[in-house]
Design a protein around this ligand. Structure first.
Ligand SMILES: [Zn+2]
Ligand SMILES: [Zn+2]
Length: 156
């Protein structure tokens, strides 16, 4: 691998100055930056980053082998971020995007609106396959110090 390489999320950006920073451990300061870093992690088969950037309360329930296979069996063609919408509480956000990839069945494009949550000082991806449920007055399972009803229950 050469020292200078194009970032998978943006052909006009250098990997080391774009998603590479987050893969090296810097906290993504916006949901969009984390969305891009997760896409680039799929492209680079960095499954550990996919797990680490998922909401900590959900990490143990991820199917890591399925994620690894999807990453490795797809040829990733590009990411378009369409919209980033951060809620007034600055803890919940959505990012709308289109991902392009190719596999044995042909070319695909997938449009999705993903949810991102910031329980304390950094953003995480909320995996909709692992729902967060709790009593409304119980501590929010996302790990914030707030009650569930004042935190993720108002947005998910
Ligand atoms: Zn990037
Ligand atoms: Zn929460």
């Amino acid at each position: 691998m050469t020292a200078i390489s194009t970032c998978p999320c943006d052909a006009n950006n250098d990997y080391q100055n774009c998603c590479g920073r987050y893969h090296a451990g810097a906290a993504a300061n916006t949901p969009q930056a984390l969305m891009r870093a997760r896409y680039s992690a799929f492209v680079r088969h960095n499954i550990e980053f996919i797990q680490a950037s998922t909401l900590p309360a959900q990490q143990a329930q991820l199917d890591m082998e399925a994620i690894r296979q999807w990453s490795q069996n797809s040829q990733w063609l590009g990411l378009e971020v369409i919209a980033e919408n951060i809620q007034p509480d600055q803890r919940h956000a959505t990012v709308e995007f289109i991902a392009h990839w190719q596999d044995a069945q042909g070319r695909h494009q997938h449009q999705e609106t993903s949810v991102f949550i910031k329980p304390a000082d950094c953003w995480y991806f909320y995996d909709p396959n692992v729902p967060l449920t709790a009593e409304r007055n119980a501590p929010c399972p996302c790990g914030s110090a707030l009650k569930f009803k004042k935190c993720c229950a108002s947005y998910l």
